[in-house]
Design a binder for this molecule. Structure first.
Ligand code: 13P
Ligand code: SF4
Length: 436
């Protein structure tokens, strides 16, 4: 039987061609001479000794990346893979993995994700499904995620739906395929659960546009106002907020507040201006915005509409007022999706992040969806934060249960009130999530 084992001694030196991972010994019962392989952190052999270099070369591929339970599949490239026993010495491989993991963990804060190479031939969809089952994990994905991430998710939704699902789920682990504030919201609603985000640097320009220490000073100028914050804000900002809202329930939230009660609305000035127009309320607005929804070109949209006279122009309320003025319909991502399903037109120009088009196209395959053009020269209006998540990062975060979202207790206790208030008002307004 083949035996693969980690050398007892750790190799501390760093090699010029890559960081040392460790030594690997491969033994064969018919060949008394050990093969000795040194593998770098990229999983490639940097040195080998022994009587059968042919075998050693084949063995080297990806050895260093093997998670203990997947050892067999990693050896499929070996010419003698068929001879390998199915019960490989898992402990040995686990040691190797642990070594790599500890290196990746050291870099986690700087990189935002576990920088461990994934075998390009690994069936990520099957692996992610397996991890979901084994760990009782649920994947919640926002509509702006890549289509392959949406397709592997258990629930796809807008910010309201995702927070409602996070509050309801009985899974042990919530894997958030979205951005940081969404994962924080899930943690606040289910503090006893483990909440994972594939990349901690998946932030949000809108949330970043409202730093809590500046908002605290701003709020002091309006002591008699209550604070309504768009959910696209940090957990700490939620501790300074009375009621959260999303673009789906913002109207219902504002209308639930007595008319004589003055309001500060933060952080999105565009959504705020839209709500002022719709409700006639005079709100004090924080001057924040979303980089994705401010990029649309009025001029190019006008030209595109002229080329597609039958297309309806639909827009998210985070867009600027002069873009919203042109819209045939304004709504949250869920609102826009529902509109395209129920409406009789067959062509739409869509002014929001183009990730939503995946679900629009799935629901209405006979219809055409054109992303609204941005002001820049390329055709890109994707959210760079949402798109930091990849299938590889999703797989790694589920495999190693990192990066994990953690929040101080006081932030959870004080911040969750504004989210719960939002969920109560939504429920009363008929915007609750149907339970499975
Ligand atoms: P909704 O999906 O709630 O409409 O929000 C859009 C958005 O910008 C999320 O970051
Ligand atoms: Fe934030 Fe805008 Fe990206 Fe949404 S689309 S996560 S609001 S930057």
């Amino acid at each position: 039987m083949f035996v693969l084992k980690q050398a007892a001694h750790a190799v501390a030196a760093e090699e010029a061609r890559g960081q040392y991972v460790g030594d690997v010994y491969l033994a064969h019962p018919l060949e008394p001479v050990f093969m000795y392989i040194e593998v770098n952190s990229d999983g490639y052999i940097i040195q080998q000794h022994g009587q059968n270099p042919f075998r050693a070369t084949k063995v080297g591929y990806s050895i260093a990346w093997s998670a203990n339970s997947r050892a067999v599949s990693l050896f499929r490239k070996c010419t003698f893979a068929a001879l390998l026993p199915f019960a490989l010495p898992k402990l040995t491989l686990a040691i190797m993995t642990t070594d790599l993991l500890s290196r990746a963990m050291q870099n986690l804060e700087r990189k935002g994700f576990l920088d461990i190479e994934v075998d390009p031939e690994l069936d990520l969809v099957a692996e992610i499904q397996r991890l979901k089952r084994e760990k009782n994990a649920i994947i919640l994905a926002h509509y702006y995620q890549d289509s392959e991430i949406q397709d592997v998710a258990d629930f796809i939704g807008d910010s309201l739906g995702l927070s409602q699902k996070a509050a309801q789920t009985d899974a042990d682990i919530i894997v958030f395929a979205g951005v940081h504030f969404m994962a924080e919201t899930a943690k606040m609603l289910s503090p006893q659960k483990k909440v994972l985000l594939p990349d901690l640097k998946a932030g949000c320009s809108l949330a970043d546009s409202c730093p809590p220490h500046l908002f605290r000073k701003f709020k002091e100028k309006y002591p008699d106002h209550i604070v309504v914050s768009y959910i696209n804000c940090s957990a700490e900002l939620k501790t300074l907020t009375d009621i959260c809202c999303t673009s789906t329930n913002a109207l219902a939230i504002i209308e639930s507040i007595p008319k004589e009660q003055p309001i500060i609305f933060a952080p999105d000035k565009n959504l705020g201006a839209y709500l002022i127009k719709k409700t006639g309320r005079d709100m004090v607005l924080w001057n924040g915005s979303c980089m994705v929804h401010e990029i649309f070109s009025h001029e190019r949209i006008v030209k595109l509409k002229a080329r597609h006279p039958n297309a309806k122009f639909i827009a998210h309320p985070e867009c600027e007022p002069h873009i919203l003025e042109m819209a045939d319909f304004i709504g949250s991502t869920t609102g826009l999706l529902k509109f395209t399903i129920n409406d009789s037109a067959t062509e739409y120009i869509v002014a929001t992040e183009p990730g939503i088009i995946h679900q629009m196209q799935k629901a209405s395959p006979h219809k055409t969806f054109i992303p609204a053009p941005p002001q820049n020269n390329c055709a890109c209006n994707e959210c760079p934060h949402m798109k930091r998540n990849t299938m590889e990062k999703l797989y790694l975060c589920m495999q190693y249960e990192q990066p994990e979202i953690t929040l101080p207790d006081w932030v959870i206790e004080q911040g969750v009130r504004s989210i719960n208030r939002m969920l109560e008002i939504s429920e009363k307004a008929g915007l609750g999530l149907k339970r499975d």
